[in-house]
Write a protein that binds this ligand. Structure first.
Ligand SMILES: Cc1ncc(COP(=O)(O)O)c(C=O)c1O
Length: 367
């Protein structure tokens, strides 16, 4: 039995006619850059999040980069974030000339611990960048209260959390800007790269529209330098089809998670913790094993079960951040968790039979 980490082929087969038609429509229209498909998707995604604006960009990484720029974050500013995330989060901070300042994570949610943010605030701090890791919302109330108190921007990294909720509202709608990724394996994935920034701030939205298009709002008249970072029109057409299914697909993921939880009870495996304030969208189903994580990972792979460690080395310990001066032991919770987490297949087409088999193989190592 072989079970992949995601099965994009199965998903495509289930909506093939609609996808093919949407792509064909763009080919017929030959309107390949921005245009009505992108605008309609921006409207639908803004509405989905109960925000007023959506600005399609080339990737989740660019969503972060452009959102930071549009929020006025730049040279020598400090941005507080988590060391337990994908490099794109801090890459964007560094690309605008700012400095990432790390804050340790919470032992149960793996998200930035809001109780540890305040001690990191310095005169140069301009923003907090929470990452809703694996599809679980950060504790936003505490983050927003601090941001108000210290006059900081909040830029949410929702790359792994499309459709996740905090106290009944979708993540991405809380801060000054929410950054989405449409990387193919995400809950709402394109057939290539794509991203979007959502915001209620019209000024930020207008700035973003210029930034993604060479700093121009009126063709060939430029008030600033920008980027070529438009959301591809064919990807927008694909995403518009997929958006119709997203609630069902997230529900499938939640049901799969519940079945895993049941199958893994009475083992020494820690299942994902979901606080009362959150509706987890399970972009990843991540278990925690205090001993033998690497042995289990190898055993699953040998038995055809794909899995992954997100992430095996915290960002403050990466070579690229040597100059920031962090050392091993600075963020003990994140450093412990990096050695204990393991993400399992959770995609919506996964069957109860698949999950039963995966758990049978897991129990051969853990019990
Ligand atoms: C937490 C996080 N932030 C940002 C990104 C970047 O998104 P993209 O790959 O669309 O550039 C990712 C993608 O994996 C991510 O997981």
């Amino acid at each position: 039995m072989r079970i992949p980490l995601v099965d994009l082929k199965k998903q495509y087969q289930s909506i093939k006619d609609e996808i093919d038609e949407a792509i064909q429509q763009v080919l017929n229209d030959t309107s390949f850059i921005l245009g009505s498909e992108v605008e309609k998707l921006e409207d639908s995604i803004a509405r989905f999040h109960n925000t007023t604006c959506g600005i399609g960009v080339a990737s989740g990484t660019d969503a972060l980069l452009l959102a930071l720029t549009a929020c006025g974050i730049g040279k020598d500013d400090e941005v507080i974030t988590t060391p337990f995330t994908f490099i794109a989060t801090t890459e964007a901070i560094c690309r605008v000339g700012a400095k990432p300042v790390f804050c340790d994570i919470d032992e149960t949610t793996y998200n930035m611990n809001p109780e540890k943010i305040e001690e990191k605030i310095a005169p140069s701090t301009r923003a907090i960048l929470p990452v809703h890791l694996y599809g679980l919302s950060c504790d936003m109330e505490k983050i927003l209260t601090l941001a108000r108190e210290y006059n900081l921007k909040v830029i949410e990294d929702c790359a792994q959390a499309f459709g996740s909720e905090y106290k009944g509202e979708r993540v991405g709608s809380f801060g000054d800007a929410g950054c989405l990724s449409f990387f193919p394996s995400k809950n709402l994935g394109a057939y290539g790269d794509g991203g979007m920034v959502i915001t209620d701030n019209e000024e930020v939205a207008n700035h973003l529209k210029m930034l993604r298009n060479h700093g121009s709002s009126n063709k060939y008249f430029c008030g600033m330098h920008g980027f070529n970072s438009r959301l591809d029109t064919i990807q927008a057409a694909i995403l518009r089809v997929k958006l119709r299914y997203i609630d069902r697909w997230i529900k499938d993921r939640q049901e799969n998670a519940a079945f895993y939880n049941q199958m893994l009870s009475n083992t020494d495996i820690e299942i994902p913790f979901v606080p009362d304030y959150a509706r987890h969208s399970f972009n990843y189903y991540t278990i925690r094993i205090k001993k033998n994580r690497d042995k289990l990972q190898k055993h699953l792979k040998e038995n055809g079960i794909a899995n992954a460690v997100y992430y095996p080395l915290c960002l403050h310990l990466q070579d690229v951040y040597k100059d920031l001066g962090y050392k091993s032991g600075d963020f003990p919770i994140a450093e412990k968790v990096q050695n204990e987490v393991l993400s399992l297949p959770i995609y919506s087409e996964l069957t109860p039979l698949d999950i039963t088999e995966i758990c049978r193989i897991i129990k051969q190592v853990t019990v």
